[in-house]
Design a protein around this ligand. Structure first.
Ligand code: ZN
Length: 331
């Protein structure tokens, strides 16, 4: 098959990708301008002068301005996506739409981020991360806090509902896993999906262990939740997927199958380590990734716990708690 120019096909559909810089390892984040009525922006980038400048120039290069925007849509709770929403809403007077479970996070950003940090601290200490590493990570998290900001949500979205435009309709679906509030937007007529970070072309979306939105304090099985979400997306009739980072892609089912293979392999590798001797999630992360388990402790911890959850559900490992710290052993 001749290689397709997916960007051109997306533009022909009236959707423009504006990659906005972020201070995070992931690199630029995609903001999407939808030229329709209402004139819409999906995600806006992190809260910084540079990001605002690039976003504003990107919109102007397309013959519009931030002031003209009529609708802002937020894909999920991560600050590289929602940080500028409040500011752009103030400038434009645009409506701000977000899924029901996401709205409280956007509206009470500081309180919610505080609660997330407390939750993360507890999960890290329970899973064997040393106190000094936990303190260092707390400082990093606080330093990043200002890249997010609160936003008033004026339009609450619900699972299965459609956002109607003059020339298209986007169906809203909740796909938790990467975060508890991941939302995707499906144009069934064009077989296009705005997927945000639910599916990324070059990197496996990390199923971050995040405080549940239902107010409970239990650690969610983020990878299992994510795999359920991916199964639902796999069954969708899609041509082009527009991700939150990187370029548009096709063959979403193939990508999802690859992700499932990766998780299966990683679970087996972890099982091998646990079968040698009982270990904490932190020890498992160190055995797999060495020093990255220290500098990226929460990310790697989330990755390990996702897979020990799979093994636990399969009845292959058990958790033992001793002095408030959890170790995994083979059954
Ligand atoms: Zn992101």
């Amino acid at each position: 098959m001749n290689s397709r120019d997916l960007d051109a096909e997306v533009v022909a559909a009236g959707i423009h990708r504006i990659p906005v810089p972020t201070p995070f390892a992931v690199g630029r984040v995609n903001s999407y301008l939808i030229e329709d009525e209402p004139l819409t922006l999906v995600d806006a980038g992190p809260n910084s002068g540079t990001s605002l400048e690039v976003l504003s120039q990107g919109v102007e290069a397309l013959g519009h301005s931030l002031e003209e925007l009529e609708l802002l849509v937020i894909s999920h709770q991560h600050i590289d996506h929602l940080g500028l929403i409040g500011l752009v809403a103030a400038r434009s007077g645009a409506e701000v739409a977000a899924l029901d479970v996401l709205a409280p996070f956007a509206q009470q950003y500081s309180e919610q981020a505080d609660a997330d940090d407390r939750f993360a601290t507890r999960v890290m200490l329970t899973n064997g991360i040393p106190g000094d590493v936990v303190s260092a990570l707390q400082s990093v998290s606080r330093a990043f806090r200002a890249w997010g900001a609160r936003a008033d949500v004026t339009r609450i979205l619900h699972e299965g509902e459609a956002i109607r435009f003059a020339n298209r309709s986007l169906t809203v679906h909740h796909r938790p896993g990467h975060s508890p509030t991941d939302t995707i937007f499906h144009d069934a007529d064009r077989r296009m999906l705005l997927a945000a970070d639910h599916l990324l072309p070059h990197i496996s979306s990390n199923p971050l262990i995040t405080r549940p939105t239902d107010g409970s304090d239990d650690r969610p099985h983020a990878l299992e939740i994510y795999m359920d979400s991916m199964r639902r997306t796999r069954g969708m009739d899609l041509d082009i997927v527009l991700p939150g980072h990187g370029e548009p892609f096709t063959d979403h089912a193939q990508l999802i199958d690859k992700r499932f293979e990766l998780h299966k392999r990683r679970a087996e590798k972890l099982y091998g380590l646990i079968a040698q001797k009982p270990r904490t999630a932190y020890e498992l992360a160190q055995a797999l990734w060495g020093n990255i388990a220290v500098t990226q402790a929460y990310l790697t911890l989330s990755e390990v716990l996702g897979h020990t959850d799979l093994l636990h559900t399969a009845g292959r490992v058990a958790e033992m708690e001793d002095g408030g710290v959890v170790r995994f052993r083979a059954t």
